[in-house]
Design a protein around this ligand. Structure first.
Ligand code: DAT
Ligand code: MG
Length: 147
């Protein structure tokens, strides 16, 4: 079954939106495989966002993502990578549709509440960056036959 890495960013944690965000993925029908509150080191943040190293906002992005605790998660389900990106919404909250997490709660592109892996390759890379194999819990939910 497909897995993805999702992370409530420091703004989402400060605003008390961890529960609301988890609820959306649970309600959609996905399965939580791992979760922890953690604060990123600069090193880990720079590795995680390595693809944006040359972008003008890179320094600001690393400052922000290390500025407070994040809630790191792994979720599982059919097409969960693409589907969770749809639930998250466009990068810039101004463009994110109402009903998406960024569309409902975000204002500023730098503080867009949540990260979600954008491809199967990034999902594997990011899951391994934040979690060890024994932190990932595999289990069956009987309700899944109805999803
Ligand atoms: P996403 O988080 O939707 O995958 P991304 O990978 O292009 O978006 O960028 C990573 C993060 O960097 C994004 O969530 C917020 C920040 N960011 C992107 N574009 C930005 C910009 N033009 N100015 C400031 N921050 C930006
Ligand atoms: Mg991205």
């Amino acid at each position: 079954m497909e897995r993805t890495y999702l992370m409530v960013k420091p703004d989402g944690v400060q605003r008390g939106l961890i529960g609301e965000i988890i609820s959306r993925f649970e309600a959609k029908g996905f399965t939580l495989v791992a979760g922890k509150l953690t604060q990123l080191s600069r090193d880990l943040a720079e590795t995680h966002y390595g693809e944006h190293k040359e972008r003008p906002f890179f320094g600001e992005l690393v400052d922000f993502i290390t500025s407070g605790p994040v809630f790191a998660m792994v979720w599982e389900g059919e097409n969960v990578i693409k589907s969770s990106r749809t639930l998250v919404g466009s990068t810039n909250p101004i463009e994110a549709s109402p009903g998406t997490i960024r569309g409902d709660y975000g204002v500023h592109v730098g503080m867009n509440l949540i990260h979600g892996s954008d491809s199967p390759e990034s999902a594997v890379r990011e899951i391994n960056l934040f979690f060890t194999e024994d932190e990932l819990v595999s289990y069956k939910k009987t309700i899944n036959q109805w999803i």
